[in-house]
Design a protein around this ligand. Structure first.
Ligand code: AGP
Length: 608
């Protein structure tokens, strides 16, 4: 999605803006631009293409002198990628400049009204409506003007705004799109995400919907929609600057795959105390936990896949009915909420529009909501009744890996906590499972140590066109994730199928040398899945099996076997996902693709 940066201070703004935008490239974009006040005018340069085009046009920012500016990377939604559709956008007299992340849903209606009043639009964007609306309401008071415009808007926005006759100030406001404010000795910042300001400051401010901030070079003033001054406490960011850099790996994705042992441990350990599971942030009494009648788990993409896993784990352990929903479907299917319902929304970014909307649907129905979120202070984290953070650290690669793995951990802990409180899991059983959980980081480390075998296998499949992932039960859940990983970074068509379902149609697609990956970790389903493996093999498939160590019987049926360390049957997805992530990574790498920024995709989909 789009990235916003803004700076006001003692230093030249343009190089700072360009550097900040480079830290937001992971959000996905197709054009970029910056605007800087040079003492007389607001000057702007913007262009289609990557940041390096903008750096060349501005000679690294040198052609735009000045200490106040805003910048933007655009992921096209309304209007194709082009120079003219790039942000910032000016009003007619170039006295106001705006950068925007989000979608103004009523922009066409507003555009027609403004055109009737003589405004001329030069771009196809919804954002241009904003700058003309600011111009229309402008009375010399930026706050009053912004407030008036806010009341006219429907949709989502994070805005950075400059007014030529207020050259010592930058303004920002948000609704539903992410925006943070940074304070440093050298000046003050706005940005879509923390990595853009980490080089300059660790003290950031998160503002809520329809709150505004006025930045000067040495002050921050926050306001609510009634233009009343409000106080906002800073959050101190613990991440190292390297945490948001590649750390020596070729791609962020590989770095993040290798960070999984630590991410899993960091998410797990603070919640294990004296052989018990302590989830203080849950904000539910044991009585409330005992009264849960049904759980909805909602998310998109990989987050949704962890929900499929969690269904098996929560129903298996805690015997609570679980319904898993795609967020984009949930809010439009008129869901039925009965007393005792808990809605859990899963989101790495905490800004996914579909998931945020599903959360709001649940809250509007008076249902208790819990967010499992990775980005501290994100919209979902702040709007859910309770939030259980995954401590994966910043995840930059578009394809999620460590955040996915930590979401599984959070879900295991919830399932075990619920089962223990509802007394369907004994203390002894729980302690045994806790020991298994504690081993996961080192077991993941072990699997990562065997990456060469997977890399070698992946290089045999660079030209393949179709791959199938099959499994039963919890093995089906991880097949969904393995298939998505391959599709999104290698552009190879892939499907995940419940192994028992293949014979009801899809098996017609299996032909000589079709690659089928069979995940076989559920002992009570071994035989059933092996017969499905036979079905595809007799039709010519080449079968890669991912199974538990010691299950050597699989070698009679599969062409290539990857063994996983022994763990509790409910935790096997945390191990099976490792070879599947590495397989996809090495196929994408072998095809020479941009592993971190796959085509058409964005790290956080903040539009519906
Ligand atoms: C996963 O690799 C994808 N990038 C995508 O499916 C992602 O999981 C989905 O968009 C949800 O994102 P979120 O967790 O930030 O809400």
């Amino acid at each position: 999605m789009c990235g916003i940066v803004g700076y006001i201070g003692e230093q030249q703004a343009a190089p700072i803006l360009l550097e900040g935008l480079s830290k937001l490239e992971y959000r996905g974009y197709d054009s970029a631009g910056i605007a800087v006040y040079d003492g007389n005018e607001i000057k702007m340069v913007k262009s289609r293409g990557k940041l390096k085009v903008l750096e060349e046009l501005t000679q690294g920012g040198m052609t735009l002198p000045g200490c106040v500016g805003i910048g933007h990377t655009r992921w096209a939604t309304h209007g194709s990628p082009s120079d003219i559709n790039a942000h910032p956008h000016f009003n007619k007299n170039h006295t106001i400049a705006v950068v925007h992340n989000g979608i103004i849903e009523n922009y066409m209606k507003l555009r027609k009204k403004l055109e009737k009043k003589g405004y001329v639009f030069v771009s196809e964007t919804d954002t241009e409506v904003l700058v003309h609306l600011l111009d229309y309401y402008y009375n010399g008071n930026p706050l009053e003007t912004i407030t008036k415009v806010m009341y006219r808007l429907e949709g989502s926005y994070a805005l950075g705004i400059m007014f030529k006759d207020h050259p010592e100030e930058v303004y920002a406001v948000r609704k539903d799109s992410p925006l943070i404010v940074g304070k440093s000795e050298a000046g003050n910042f706005i940005a879509s995400d923390v990595p853009a300001v980490l080089k300059h400051t660790r003290d950031v401010y998160f503002i809520d919907n329809q709150e505004m901030v006025k930045l000067t070079k040495d002050s921050l003033t926050f306001y609510n929609i009634d233009e009343e001054e409000i106080s906002v406490e800073p959050t101190h960011i613990e991440w190292d600057i390297t945490a948001a850099e590649k750390g020596g790996y070729e791609y962020f994705m590989l770095k993040e795959i290798y960070e999984q042992p630590k991410a899993v441990a960091d998410t797990l350990n603070p919640r294990l105390k004296n052989n018990d599971i302590v989830i203080e942030e849950l904000g539910m009494t044991d009585e409330e936990i005992r009264n849960i009648k049904k759980i909805f788990i909602i998310g998109c993409g990989s987050a949704y896949h962890t929900g499929v896993t969690a269904k098996y784990v929560i129903e298996g352990l805690a015997r609570i009915p679980v319904e898993v929903d795609l967020a984009s479907e949930f809010r439009y299917r008129n869901p039925i909420f009965e007393p005792g319902t808990l809605v859990i929304v899963i989101s790495q970014s905490g800004e996914t529009a579909d998931t945020l909307a599903a959360l709001r649907e649940a809250k509007a129905n008076g249902v208790k909501t819990l967010g499992i979120v990775n980005v501290v202070g994100s919209s979902i984290a702040r709007e859910a009744d309770a939030v259980m953070y995954t401590w994966a650290g910043p995840e930059i690669a578009v394809a999620t890996t460590k955040a996915y793995s930590t979401q599984l951990i959070a879900e295991y802990l919830l399932a075990m906590k619920f089962a223990r409180v509802r007394d369907v899991l004994s203390q002894e059983e729980m302690e045994g499972m806790i020991e298994d959980l504690k081993k996961l980081p080192e077991q993941i480390e072990f699997l990562l140590g065997n990456k060469e075998k997977i890399q070698h296998f992946a290089n045999r499949y660079l030209a393949t066109e179709h791959v199938f992932f099959i499994g039963r039960g919890i093995d089906y859940a991880i097949s969904l994730e393995g298939s998505l990983k391959l599709k999104e970074i290698s552009y190879i068509h892939s499907e995940a199928y419940a192994a028992g379902e293949l014979k009801h149609g899809t098996i017609s697609l299996i032909e000589e040398d079709t690659l089928v990956t069979a995940v076989i970790t559920q002992k009570e389903l071994y035989k059933k899945t092996l017969s499905n493996v036979q079905e595809v093999r007799t039709r010519g498939a080449f079968v890669l099996a991912v199974t538990n160590t010691g299950n050597t019987e699989v070698e009679k049926s599969a062409d290539y076997v990857i063994y996983l360390p022994e763990t509790n049957k409910y935790f096997t997805n945390s191990l099976a996902v490792i070879p599947l992530q590495l397989f996809s990574y090495y196929v994408s790498l072998g095809k020479g693709l941009d592993v971190d920024k796959p085509r058409n995709l964005a790290k956080s989909v903040t539009v519906e």
